[in-house]
Design a protein around this ligand. Sequence first.
Ligand SMILES: [Zn+2]
Ligand SMILES: [Zn+2]
Length: 389
Amino acid sequence: MAVHEKIGEMIEEMTRWRHELHARPETAFYEYWTSAYVAEKLISLGLDIHRGLAGTGIVATIQRGKGKSPAIGLRADMDALDITEATGLPYASLNEGKMHACGHDGHMVMLLGAAKYLAGNDTFRGTVHFIFQPAEENEGGGGRMVREGLFDLFPVQSVFALHNFPVLPEMTFAICKGPMMAAYDVFDIQITGRGGHAATPQNVKDPILASAYLVNLLQSIVSRDVNPTQAAVVSVTEIHGGTSYNIIPDTVRLRGTTRHFLPSAQDRVESRMREICAGLSTSFDVAVDVSYERRYPTLVNTDKEADAAVRAATAVVGSDRVFTDITPVMTSEDFAFLLKERPGAYMGIGAGKTRENGLLHQALYDFNDRILPTGASYWATLVEMILPK
Ligand SMILES: [Zn+2]
Ligand SMILES: [Zn+2]
């Protein structure tokens, strides 16, 4: 089957769309221009659209056949990142400090390309909801769409997503059954002591020294507290405190993230973090306030839908280019919120790393336009296989 011929012919148009979106990156929940652009394209294709879920979210629908037809959801993310683009490309970001550095511009276009093909060709029976969601990065726009009634308004039997992976060769696909990406939590810890002259430590309660111990102590959670057969990560990513050579500050603030696949590991990480901070408070005679927030759940692919995704990918690129048993990763994805509600599968599409296009979240990254027809054909094939004519 390979790439759908009619989609292959759309490569120039899809590339133009991708560059237009790339030049106007917008971050979480501020995808106003982006949402209007996508909505305008979907309306021009003749699709019914619903706007407003999670603010800038869009759901477009194609229904074929009579009565209560089976329905599936296909999801693309729309948001960009707070990165200053360094590619120097002619279509580089016009929005200062914002950049499509995770390829969500390409994800939108692959889904728009599939929508155009499916709208113009009578190749399936059933209902397809094209879900364009805001705020995948950090802010959980997918979770907000679910909370605001995504699956009540648009009931589906299963839901699918596609993300580019530059570390894999282009024109490949990658997936695994079960947990594929980790749960994502964040923490904020404030250590409050009593500042003073650096030369008279006997008169102060030093939050800097306490914070240095805390960074080390937190590393004992994974090595000593979590079951070693379960994966977990604790990373301190920010430390803020102090103003000068000779002043011990009153406060130091630390922030970071934790990752894990199993609820038992997650509970253990959180409870030990709280206990260690309580002990630190006693040890250094400082106040330690911990704020721990559970952000994204573990992303779990269901067996039947992962098999369907593999069949569709295999039809497009051949079985030797579909990796069906990849090692799960500790990065996270808010598509996990959709998968908590409905069976489904999250597929990776190889984008190929070149010197020019960099890796995800890098200032030199650029989505690989050569894979646009491959991704759009995956979507179209998935629909045609799950909802045959
Ligand atoms: Zn990202
Ligand atoms: Zn992404």
